[in-house]
Design a protein. Structure first.
Length: 162
């Protein structure tokens, strides 16, 4: 399953070769702690909605690190160990009708998220000296499928007697 995760980014430049934005494509899993939540009280009139979620991408830490080094930012969470490899949790947002699509995602869904990378300011009062967070504002969201869970037999939770 980890081999099917994906992360790439493109640098969009203007005619003078100045960087305009970064366009990110990532495939991963929505975990329990990254479940999408919705706010419906945004905008000038208080009637706009936005969905916020986190995508778990496994074993793409080198590509993700290239982008975070280039932008001077960090992802929401990064973890590495020898057995599992790397785990990166990347925040994403969706506006308008895409927010409804994102809000329909459930924990365990395999999802493709495409969009512009934005750098969110750090709260210097709470976290002084910490890099700002990289987040993706989605222009495309697709549910690819459900994460596979290992098969557990009927007797898997039985405790042997002494």
């Amino acid at each position: 399953m980890a081999g099917r995760d994906y992360f790439s980014f493109e640098t969009i430049r203007d005619h003078d070769k100045n960087i305009i934005c970064y366009y990110v494509t990532m495939i991963g899993t929505i975990e329990e702690d990254g479940a999408v939540h919705m706010r419906t009280d945004l905008g000038k009139e208080g009637d706009e909605k936005m969905a916020f979620g986190r995508l778990t991408v496994r074993n793409y830490d080198k590509k993700i690190q290239m982008l975070t080094n280039e932008t001077g930012s960090r992802v929401y969470y990064h973890y590495w160990n020898e057995e599992e490899g790397s785990v990166d949790i990347i925040s994403f947002t969706a506006k308008g009708w895409r927010a409804d699509e994102a809000f329909a995602f459930e924990a365990g869904d395999r999802v493709l998220v495409q969009g512009k990378a934005f750098i969110r300011k750090n709260d210097e009062g709470r976290f002084p000296g910490r890099n700002p967070e990289l987040s993706v504002t989605a222009s495309g969201l697709f549910r690819i499928g459900r994460a596979r869970r290992p098969h557990r037999g009927m007797n898997a939770q039985l405790i042997p007697q002494k």
